[in-house]
Ligand binder design. Structure first.
Ligand SMILES: [Mn+2]
Length: 364
């Protein structure tokens, strides 16, 4: 029904027209916009397996700014704790590895056939960060209920100024575009909740995370600064060195032990936490008695590691399985090494069972 229908109804209370209009506009994709996005997606997909050209050859800076404005409105329309229903696949760090992101799509399926939630760190380190975010933004505008994009610690100006994205913007379009991206990143949701039971974020837990509303109530746009809930959601790491909270070796935020994970599951009434933020050799690592999963979704991270990529699949019953993409063989001269375990079970038998775990996990 169109917003104009309200004026035809007699007897029923009229909904304020402006509010209705706004909801309708954001919830559906205008056919012209859908056509435009389909064309953008097609042009971006043309960069897969074709490194002779880059995004500058298929998209102008003006078009990118228009897409940024559209997608940031969608982000603001979502809750900062963005809610989705299973079945869904959860994807970890991409770090500007656009070619590997597309190989991953070949394996796990594409939007809209698959529903995906990304945990952030789209840019920096790799060569094609603008390509990665633009493809994901176009998919978000086109199919907003089939793809969810959370914010990573690299979607902050103090980080992506230094680790590659700033220079990439400068070289490809000029630094002005870098500022437009920051405005958009400041509006991205910072956590996700799947079927009310699986909490997702880029980094991890926070001593300030008392209820899920604490996340919902974070005002946006926002820029995480040096400490606090925003920083922890994007930066904290699990550890197997103890039960509680520890100073982080990163020099920012905290590390948290199994006891913190168990307590959070109880008080937040969730079954599982899925986070990204650290490279793991198999692309996934389970810890804290399978209450917490780290997922990392590009292989051969930075060409410095021999890691595989993985995604977490949650079926309609919230049973877990993994899809894994093995790294391509490296030349013998490559200096890449295996990624270290980060917080696996200190009991060796449990750690081995977790590592070999690829079958659906049924909650005890
Ligand atoms: Mn990260």
């Amino acid at each position: 029904m169109s917003a104009d229908d309200n004026s035809n109804k007699s007897g029923s209370k009229e909904i304020p027209k402006q509010e209705t209009q706004q909801k309708l506009d954001l919830a559906k994709v205008d056919p012209k916009c859908a056509e435009w996005m389909d064309d953008c997606i097609k042009r971006l997909n043309g960069l897969y397996n074709n490194t002779a050209i880059n995004i500058c050859n298929v998209m102008s800076g003006y078009e990118i700014i228009a897409i940024i404005r559209l997608v940031e409105n969608i982000f603001m329309d979502e809750s900062n704790l963005c809610e989705a229903e299973a079945p869904i696949k959860v994807v970890g760090d991409i770090h500007a590895q656009f070619q590997d992101l597309n190989r991953l799509f070949d394996l796990i399926g594409r939007v809209p056939e698959e529903k995906l939630m990304f945990l952030g760190d789209y840019v920096d380190r790799g060569p094609q960060g603008i390509e990665v975010v633009m493809l994901l933004f176009c998919l978000k505008i086109r199919y907003r209920d089939r793809i969810y994009l959370l914010r990573g610690n690299h979607e902050t100006p103090s980080v992506n100024k230094i680790y590659g994205f700033y220079v990439e913007c400068q070289v490809k379009y000029g630094v002005g575009l870098w500022w437009d991206f920051q405005s958009c990143f400041n509006r991205m949701p910072m956590a996700g909740l799947i079927s009310k039971k699986v909490l997702c974020m880029h980094g991890g837990l926070s001593p300030e995370l008392i209820t899920l509303d604490t996340i919902r109530n974070i005002p946006r746009p926002c820029e995480p600064l040096d400490r606090g809930l925003l920083i922890d959601l994007l930066w904290s790491d699990p550890t197997n060195k103890g039960e509680g909270w520890f100073h982080s070796i990163r020099g920012i935020s905290y590390m948290f032990g199994k006891g913190v994970v168990e307590q959070a599951c109880k008080s937040l009434e969730i079954d599982l936490i899925i986070r990204a933020h650290q490279v793991v050799q198999d692309g996934y690592e389970m810890m804290s008695g399978r209450r917490l999963i780290t997922v990392f979704s590009v292989p051969n991270y930075c060409a410095q590691f021999t890691n595989a990529a993985a995604v977490v699949c949650l079926n309609a019953n919230l049973e877990i399985s993994f899809q894994q993409m093995l790294p391509p063989p490296l030349p013998p001269t490559a200096k890449a090494k295996a990624a270290p375990a980060i917080a696996n079970d200190t009991n060796l038998e449990n750690a081995k069972a977790d590592k070999e775990f690829i079958k659906p996990f049924v909650k005890a």
